[in-house]
Design a protein around this ligand. Sequence first.
Ligand SMILES: Nc1nc2c(ncn2[C@@H]2O[C@H](COP(=O)(O)OP(=O)(O)OP(=O)(O)O)[C@@H](O)[C@H]2O)c(=O)[nH]1
Length: 363
Amino acid sequence: MVSKIPATIITGFLGAGKTTLIRHMLQNAQGRRIALIINEFGDLGVDGDILKGCGDETCREEDVMELSNGCICCTVADDFIPTMEKLLAREDKPDHIVIETSGLALPQPLVRAFNWPGISTKVTVDGVVTVVDGKAVTEGRFAHSVAAVDAQRQLDENLDHETPLSELFEDQIACADMIVVNKTDLLEEAEAQALVNTLNGSSRAGVQVVTTSMGKLPVDVLLGQGIGAEGDLEARHELHHHHHEHDDDHDDHDHDHDHHHDHDHDAFESFVVTLGEITDPKAFSDQVSAIIGAHDILRLKGFAAVSGKPMRLTLQAVGPRVETYFDQPFGDGARATRLVVIGQAGLDHAAIEAALRSCAALH
Ligand SMILES: Nc1nc2c(ncn2[C@@H]2O[C@H](COP(=O)(O)OP(=O)(O)OP(=O)(O)O)[C@@H](O)[C@H]2O)c(=O)[nH]1
């Protein structure tokens, strides 16, 4: 019997720290050959670029496959399955496959894909790891807390749906085999503990909740869970279903289709802004932070060209928190600043682009 290749699914909301965690994993892979499948929301392959750029022998460029035709959970058949088949057809098979979903993906449809003929005989879901931005959740920035939403719903019978953000969060938690509370460096110990308790209370029995910062978890903790999540799909919906007990619209549908159908990517949007060189990274990123606040941008990331610097500046913003670092020299392409802006639908493209443009012109 040929043993199945284990695949770990890394999910979690925009900017939670999935790429950071994967990067740490690759740098500490202890000889394991890991193939990556990366799916990103927005038309700029920042995560793939960061991971390919890590220069480690364990992450060779051909081991990083990017799915760019939309969110993985909605393009499973067209995009994910063919990519997986290609990967499985290789002579030189990986020891482990790691899949990073987009921050807006529901993990359930992806787990289900592992039951497809041709896939199910060769790969198994080793575990679903859900990365949580401890700071953002504690601040209630994107998700009202699950408890608060429930309380609200009990007060108001008409409130039959959650925000797209909190719904995603719940689904990602419901599907997890392990929950990683990340960014504890930005939390008080008591805050981290409170969040762990909440998550323990709202996840399935037996799900491990661990805390970390910069995704620095031992590889043996993350990989080799041996769960076989594709055989256990029903359990991964229960939690969400409970939360919808009062919601008549949801009751009669098949769970799986229900979720798939409900998942409305139109609730979010993204666009790319291309700018010239900037001169002052600090002033630029301070200004970007103000623009993010003014326009309710959820996530902004990309690469900036800085006058006189051969290296490209990686710019990463999650909510108002902007991080920059010089990463690697620009490739053959033109030196330009390219940023992807992600938010809930209704972003004012024109105003945001104008603001970023004048900010780049100034700094
Ligand atoms: N302070 C702090 N920052 C972190 C931590 N983990 C990640 N970050 C930062 O958070 C930002 C987003 O991290 P990523 O790893 O790109 O997050 P992601 O989940 O891959 O993001 P998307 O793919 O856009 O959904 C980056 O600026 C990281 O450096 C952490 O533990 N503490």
